[in-house]
Design a protein around this ligand. Sequence first.
Ligand code: ARG
Ligand code: ZN
Length: 882
Amino acid sequence: MRTDSPPVIRLEDYRPTDYLIDTVDLDFNLDPNVTKVTALLSLRPNPLGRPNAPLVLDGDELLLNDLRLDGTPLDANAYTASPQGLTLHAPPQRPFELRIETSVNPTANTKLMGLFRSNGIYCTQCEAEGFRRITYFLDRPDVLSVYTTRIEAAVEEAPLLLGNGNRADAGLMPGTGRHFVVWHDPHPKPAYLFAIVGGRLDTVSEVYTTQSGRRVDIAIHVEQGKRERATYALDALARSMRWDERVFGREYDLDVFNVVAVSDFNMGAMENKGLNIFNDKYVLASQDTATDSDYANIEAVIAHEYFHNWTGNRITCRDWFQLCLKEGLTVFRDHEFSADERSRPVKRIADVRTLRAAQFVEDAGPLAHPVRPNRYREINNFYTATVYEKGAEVVRMLKTMLGDDVFRKGMDLYFERFDGTAATIEDFLSCFAEASGRSLDHFSEWYAQAGTPILTASGFYDEVSRTYRLDLRQSTPPTPGQPEKKPLVMPIAMGLVGEGGRDLPLVTDNDVALHDGVLIFDEAATSVTFHNVTEKPVPSLLRGFSAPVRYDIDLSDDELLVLFSADSDPFNQWQAVQTVLIRQLIKGTEAVKTGRSLPPSDRLVRALAEFTAATAEQDAAFAAQVLTLPTESDIAREIGRDVDPDAILSARRAMKRQLSEALLPTLERLHIKLASSDAFSPDASSAGRRALRNAGLDLIAAADPERGEQLAAERYAAADNMTDRMAALATLALIPGAGREDALADFAARFAHDPLIMDKWLALQAMIPEPQTLDRVKGLMQHPIFTLTNPNRARALIGSFAMGNPTQFNRIDGAGFDLLADVVLKLDPLNPQVAARLLTAFRTWRMLEPGRRLKAEAALKRVAAAGNLSPDVTDIAARSLG
Ligand code: ARG
Ligand code: ZN
C-alpha cells in the first residue's frame, strides 16, 4: 500500500484564516493550451486570525508567471512558490494587494476540475477545491469575496462569454479577432462558487418576473444544434423560481441567471452564483431522446441547483464538514418541489427507494460516515448519499417533528440571521430551537452518528381493557470508528388501522410525546399504551417514511396486506406489500439454495390481482411502483450477510414468473386499457400511465416470454417516445436470442450520433444478468462511442455493470471485480474523482459469501497496492479494506 496517503483533516481543528480577501479581480485570456490568468487580490489580516502569520495560498498544478505586492515585484526570498502552493513568509499587517499571474492548460485538464474544455467549450468546476487550479488562493468556503471577472477570447472560438453576477462591460478588440466581457458579482462568495464559460452555444431564454416585480433574464445554453432540447429545462427553471418564492419566500437576486450544459462533467451539476454549469444529461430532453425519468431528473436537478442560490450561496458552509448544511437541505427542498409538481406519494416512494439503494448500503459497509463527517482525507469522496439523501431526511424529520409552521419560522430565521455568512449545522439547528422553544441537542446526534438505526416494534391488544400497547426498541449497528451507538430521536408518524382502513383515534397517557399522529421516540426502548381502542388494530408506523431507519414489526403477511389494501397513508400501502414481497423473496432465496422453489402466497397473489384490477388505473404511477418487485440489491441488503447473488436472481425470477402467471389475465386487460393514442406529454400523469403499461409489459414477458418478446418488439418499433422505446428494449434485453440483438443493433444505428442516448444502450447491456455480459462489456469498451475519459460514458458502461448487475459484477470467478479494478487503475491518472466513484462499487464486498468475498478483497488489495494512486482512490481503497 502507498505510504504517502493524504493527511487527515479534522473538524475539531477548524480555525479561521489569518487573512481575508475582500475583492478579487480576475482576467482570463482564454487560449486552448496556455490560458493566462491574472488575479488581483485585496487582502488584509483577519482580526480573528493569528497576527504576523505567513500567508499560505493553495495551488494545484499551477505555473506562476509573475507576482507583485502593491504593484512591486516580490523579492525571491520573500515567498516560496510551487505548483501546489504559494507562501508569503511575512506579509504586511495592513490591507495590501497581491497580483498573481498564472498559466493553465485547459485542453490538458482531464480531471475536469478548475478550467477545462468540454467539446471545445471552456468551462470551470471549482467545488470543492478546483479554484486553486486556476490561481493561488485561500481556497476554502469561509473566505468570502466580491468578484469582478474579465474574460477575453477569440470571437470565432468563443462568441459567448459568461461569468458570475451581472454583465458590466463588453467590447471588441479591433484587429485581434478577440473580444472581452466583464462580469461583476456583488454578492460576496467563496471561491468554490466561481465560474466562467466560453464557447459557441445555442441559447433558449425568457424574462422571468420575480414576486416583487424585478425582471430577470433566464437562459439555458447548450451545444450547437440542441436548442429544442433545452426548453423543458427552461420551463423547469421558471417553475423552480416561482416555487421558492411561494414556499420559502425566497426571491432571485441578480439580473441574469444562466445555465450552461456541457458533455464532460464529473457530477450532476454545479450551483455557481448566477451561472450554473450542468452535465448535459440533466438538461437535454425531448420526446425522442429522453425517458420520463430523465424528465423528472432534469426537473429535480434544475430545481436543486437553483435552490442552492439561497441554501448554499447566500448562506454557505463554514468548512467542508458542513457540506450537508447546503446539500441535505437543498435535496430536501428539491424533493418537496418535485412532490408539489408531481405526485407526493409516488415521489416519496421513489426517493425512499433511492435512499435505501444508495444510502442504506453505504451506511452498512466500510464507507459508512456521519451526515456531518468529522474527518476526511479527500473531500471529493464525501459527496455521498449519506451527506445528500440522509442529510435531506434529517431536515424532513425536523419538519415532521416541529410541524409546517414552526419549520417555516425556523427557515425564515435561518435566512434572516445567516444571510451573507459561512454557517454551521449548529447555526442551522439554533434557528429551529429558537422558533420552537425546544432543545434540539439530542436530535443533533443524527448529524454525528453513522449507521442506519433499526426500529423494532411489537403490539399487544387487550380486548377487555380496550388498550393497545406498542413496544418500541431501537439500536444502531457499529460503523467504522463508532463501535458504540446512542439512541436517536425518531419521529414516528403513525396510525392504528381498524376495519375498512379507518384510522382509530389515538388516545395516550399525558406524558406520551404524540402530536398530530407523530410519536417522538428517543430512548433505547419504550412502551406506549393507547386507550379506548375498540377493535384489534393493525399499526401503521413510519407513515411517509417519517424516519430513515430499518423497520421490523411483528405483523403477519395478512396484517400487512390489510395495510396494503386499506391504509390511509399511500406510502405505507406500498411499503406493506413490499415487505410481504421481500419476506417471500428471502425465503425463496433460501429455498433455491436447497434446490427448491417457493411460489408467492395465494393471499399475496390475490391482493395484487385485486389491486391491479380495481385501483391500478386510477393512480397509474402508484400502481407501477406497487408492481415493481424489490430489486436483487434490495433483497441482498435485507439478507445482509453471506449473500449469494445467483441464488437471489433465481429466486426473484421464479417469484416474478409465478406472480405474473397468476396476474396474466389482469395484466393483459390493463395493457389494452392503457394503450394511448394521445399526443406525447411529459407530465406526471401521462408518465404514470407509461410507467404502468411498461411495468405490465415486463411482467407479461416474465410470465410468457414469447408473448412478451412479441409485444416488446411491437412496442419498440412503434414507440413515439424514448420511455416506451427503452422499456421495450429493456424487456427484450432479458430474452436471449436474435430478437434482442436485432433491437440493440437497431437502437445503435438510430442513435449512433448521440452519445447521451448511446449511454442508455451501454448501460442496458452492462446490466444483462448473464455470464456473457462480462465479454459484452469488454467488447463495448472498444466501441467507437466509448471513451473512458468522458464521465457519462464511464458511468453508463462500467458504473452500470458494477452497481447495477449484482450477479455479473460479483461473478464467482472474480472476473467482474478484476474488470473494475483494471478500469479504476487506468482511469485514475486521468480523472481521479470518477475513478474513486467507480471504486465505491466494492462497498458491499463484506456482505458476500466467503468465496466471492475473497476474490473481491484480492481485487481491492491489488488497487490499493498500485503505485502513484490519487488521493481520491487511495482513500476509497483504504477505507473499503479497513
Ligand atoms: N454542489 C454540487 C451539487 O449541486 C455538487 C458538486 C460536487 N463536485 C465535486 N467535484 N465534488 O450537488
Ligand atoms: Zn447540491
